[in-house]
Design a protein around this ligand. Structure first.
Ligand SMILES: [Zn+2]
Length: 249
């Protein structure tokens, strides 16, 4: 009886939404903001991750993201088996009739893309993009972004900022995310707390619309997911994906 209630299979799961957070990239060597002490690589988040912080000291904020970007582009930073497994899941289901898949990530790194994920939304923006505050357009960037970097659209310096969603700003692609959550029948949260925004809200919305809900976290959160799977993402995510795919055969 318990088995039935807790078992997820591909026959039931036709529309899958996955939400990933810092926990999935931690094992690739990327450190992010820690809610426990409010620090991100020893910087206060209000200094480096708010519009006010950027207005007060744009040079320091650019430097902070330049450092993060250089680290991300370092050859030692690579997708881990959790990223790879999610790309495999997407490619296994995306072409099946009636199936749909969306990966929502809170992470600003590019490890999901590098692992092969395509149906992907970066709700908090991307470290390898810059945005013009005049036009709202985003551009790829792999080098350092400086105060005097000339914008590719308005041809002026001083209009560019990291294309990252800061505290107090609205996450990207919310309409697409909301639609997917209300239509999904399987919601999987990985490496993100089920108790705090945005995972908590996404989980509630998916559940209200009848989705089976699963969390894969280092430690189980207290949120009322149907399944709690605990362990390092690089182990539990490939195992879970394998189980889902084998149930489809
Ligand atoms: Zn511009």
């Amino acid at each position: 009886m318990q088995q039935d209630r807790h078992h997820t299979d591909m026959v039931a799961a036709r529309r899958i939404v996955v939400l990933t957070g810092a926990g999935i990239s931690a094992e690739s060597g990327i450190r992010t903001f820690r809610a426990s002490d409010g620090l991100w690589e020893d910087h206060k988040v209000e200094d480096v991750a708010t519009p006010e912080g950027f207005a007060a000291n744009p040079v320091a904020v650019h430097q902070f993201y330049n450092d993060r970007r250089r680290l991300l582009l370092n050859a030692s930073i690579r997708p881990n088996p959790a990223h790879t497994a999610l790309a495999r899941l997407e490619h296994s289901v995306i072409d099946l009739p009636g199936h749909d898949f969306l990966l929502i990530t809170q992470n600003i790194d590019n490890l999901h893309e590098r692992a092969g994920s395509r149906a992907l939304v970066h709700m908090h923006g991307e470290l390898l993009k810059m945005r013009c505050e005049q036009s709202g357009l985003s551009f790829d960037i792999r080098e350092d972004l400086m105060l005097d970097t000339c914008c590719r659209c308005c041809r002026e310096p001083g209009n560019l900022r990291p294309d990252v969603v800061w505290f107090g700003e609205i996450p990207l692609s919310m309409a697409k995310i909301t639609k997917a959550l209300t239509q999904c029948d399987l919601f999987i949260a990985i490496g993100t707390s089920g108790n705090v925004y945005p995972a908590a809200g996404f989980f509630e919305l998916a559940r209200e619309h009848g989705a089976h809900t699963v969390e894969l976290n280092l430690e189980s959160t207290n949120a009322d997911f149907d399944e709690h799977i605990c362990g390092p993402a690089s182990t539990v995510v490939p195992d879970y994906v394998e189980r889902l795919l084998s149930s489809a055969n």
